[in-house]
Design a protein around this ligand. Structure first.
Ligand code: FES
Length: 94
């Protein structure tokens, strides 16, 4: 399967289908998702989301920011740093 279904529970946005390894910050917009991006490089925290789905664990840099923004929340991720490998559900954080 080279397609991944991205769903946005508790939002008005319908699910979208992306290619495996697509970069979310390049594909998600204010027109097609509730997710907002700032720096797109993993520094600002604007794209903090709660993710349900079996994607690769965060790298060290992402983990360091997550420990500040959302300590002890295993679902918290930075949408701009997600490696898209499977279907996921993404919710805005908080
Ligand atoms: S957009 Fe800045 S951390 Fe993701």
């Amino acid at each position: 399967m080279n397609k991944c279904l991205i769903s946005f529970p508790n939002s008005i946005f319908p699910s979208i289908s992306l290619e495996k390894y697509d970069v979310l910050s390049e594909k998600l917009t204010v027109q097609n998702s509730p997710i907002l991006f700032g720096c797109r490089t993993g520094l600002c925290g604007t794209c903090l989301v709660a993710v349900t789905g079996d994607i690769p664990l965060p790298k060290v840099e992402e983990m360091e920011l997550l420990e500040i923004l959302a300590p002890n929340d295993p679902q918290a991720r930075l949408a701009c740093q997600i490696e898209l490998t499977t279907d996921i559900a993404i919710a805005t954080y908080g």
